[in-house]
Design a protein. Structure first.
Length: 192
């Protein structure tokens, strides 16, 4: 079900619908928003809002974060892709290739250049766990890329990326589009 917000809601509707929130927390979005509005959450930090949910409402850590972010977005206190340390985007693809080939496409500079292009020379791999993950400092030297790989079958694997510490919503949107294109290129290369 799509969540509809009342006219007092300044931002976007949370991605999780009313039924799922009510089932997990015992309250619908509008009820959580009223509770947090009465507590003065519009003038609180993210951590202060989480503390209210943890101390007074017996929510687990995941739901504390989910309700807080939903509230912040609905009240215009947080933009799409905004996190505490900047902005973050993600992307994923399932690729018809073994996880070993997918891993090699990230860690082998020659192979990486075939789908990532000239930027591949500027990135720094900080940590790589074979066939599982790669942690990268992006070519701008300030943002991070986390790559997670999962074997789905002997001839199929998925890749999920998160590009974090982006400076603003404009950069996040630009990188979201960039990674969609690059992951499509990676998929095309490995499925040749």
């Amino acid at each position: 079900m799509t969540q509809t917000l009342n006219s007092k809601s300044a931002g976007r509707a949370p991605k999780i619908g009313d039924e799922a929130v009510a089932k997990a927390t015992g309250k619908r979005w509008d009820e959580w928003f009223k509770i947090l509005d009465r507590a003065g959450a519009k003038k609180m930090t993210h951590q202060q809002i989480v503390a209210i949910l943890a101390d007074s409402h017996d929510l687990g850590p995941w739901w504390q974060q989910m309700v807080t972010v939903g509230y912040e977005q609905a009240r215009g206190l947080r933009e799409l892709h905004q996190k505490v340390g900047g902005y973050s985007i993600s992307g994923s693809r399932t690729i018809g290739a073994p996880v070993r080939k997918l891993y090699d496409a990230w860690v082998d500079p020659k192979l990486r250049k075939r789908w990532l292009g000239p930027r591949e020379n500027e990135l720094v791999i900080r940590k790589a766990t074979p066939h599982k993950s790669v942690r990268i400092t992006w070519c701008d030297g300030r943002t991070n890329l986390d790559v997670n790989l999962v074997a789905k079958s002997p001839q199929k694997a998925s890749v999920a990326i998160e590009h974090a510490k982006l400076k603003d919503a404009k950069e996040a949107a630009k990188m979201k589009a960039y990674w969609a294109k690059q992951l499509d290129g990676l998929k095309a290369l490995l499925e040749e």
